[in-house]
Write a protein that binds this ligand. Sequence first.
Ligand SMILES: *Cc1c(COP(=O)(O)O)cnc(C)c1O
Length: 351
Amino acid sequence: MNRLWSDMARRTEPYIPGEQLNRPDVIKLNTNENPYPPSPEVLDAIRAEAARLHLYPSPTAKPLREAIGRAEGLPADHVFTANGSDEVLAFSFMAFFDPGRTIRFPDITYSFYPVYSKLFDIPFEEVPLREDFTLDLAGFAGSDGVILPNPNAPTGLYEPLAGIREILESSKDRVVIIDEAYIDFAGPSAAELIPEFENLLVVRTTSKSRSLAGLRVGYALGSPDLIEGLVRIKDSFNSYTLDRLAQAGAAAAFGDPAYFKETTGKIIATRSRSAKRLVELGFTVLPSSANFLFCTYPDRSAESLYTELKNRNILVRHFGKPRISEYLRITVGTDAQMDRLFGELEEILRK
Ligand SMILES: *Cc1c(COP(=O)(O)O)cnc(C)c1O
């Protein structure tokens, strides 16, 4: 530990992202990226925008927020954008949660939440998921702030809106953040509850369903008051969190709904085919509403399967955490990638 560090640098326990082994011979099914490239319209928009890189980007990202608003059926004053939904989440912790007021999130969830809590000195309680990994709704009642993903990560389970509504109603004076990184593979979205609940913030990303993990564009949907709170934090931190290429590229992605529909449709079809195949191989697979499958095999350790797959140049995700250490999270790739995976798994399991 460095004696010159601030308290903040000392107490933080940084998030560790999935391995980024971008070798052409490796099949990457470990970070829930989209296996399909971005829409061609995104590439055209980025190419055109590159000629203007000598000028600062829009600090308000208004054209992008309008494009998102059109796609989501909300005015631009209900939309906030930032550098990936991770940055949206970090700003949300600063804008809506307080040191001294305990927030809640599930015990099995996106592992960035405890990292932000510690970084910003916000106390938290983990509400255990039920035995079947569904949310214990009553456990969130009357909290001083709630954050949870829907569908949840890494389980892939989707909580119907009646349950989300129950949480919103029991925490009316504090903000409830629903992290919808995977909602486009599930639905319906809690965004339809925004007119009813001014304490609801819905956080989204272009990283998964819009094939833009490398561009770093996340957004939030909520009442204009919540959006203003986020803008206050952002403008006290960095005026230009989204560069010109990111703003132009993401706006083009929202302007091409046909491509979005086609690629998400393909992933959903591959997901159901892959879940069936895993069950045939002997896995137990949780019903997924996301672009990944969370599964366990009865008499092989998840860690050994992870390692054997890695030795065969297939990366999946294994979390060495209580309750889920015997599970693997497998991103849904293309049909060809999944067939490679099943071929290797057959050989590994035959041994
Ligand atoms: C992937 C993911 C994010 C982060 O997305 P970025 O926009 O790429 O930062 C946030 N929340 C959950 C639950 C995720 O799975």
